[in-house]
Design a protein around this ligand. Structure first.
Ligand code: ZN
Length: 61
């Protein structure tokens, strides 16, 4: 184990070093920033929520 781990973002599916972990799932900086700036009325917001629900379902199965 050396250096920084690269994790797979559950939103965009890309492997990034920087990001946050929510409910043991990784979300990269870019997606996190986009989520924060996405309007609730935006279709993308519902996409994010959908992705998050998948995480919850997986963790509560
Ligand atoms: Zn991402």
């Amino acid at each position: 184990m050396d250096g920084q781990d690269v994790e797979k973002c559950i939103i965009c599916g890309e492997h990034k070093q920087d990001g946050i972990v929510i409910v043991s799932e990784f979300i990269c900086d870019a997606c996190e920033a986009e989520m924060v700036h996405t309007d609730v009325k935006d279709d993308k917001y519902h996409f994010f929520i959908h992705q998050m629900k998948q995480i919850w379902l997986q963790n509560n199965a």
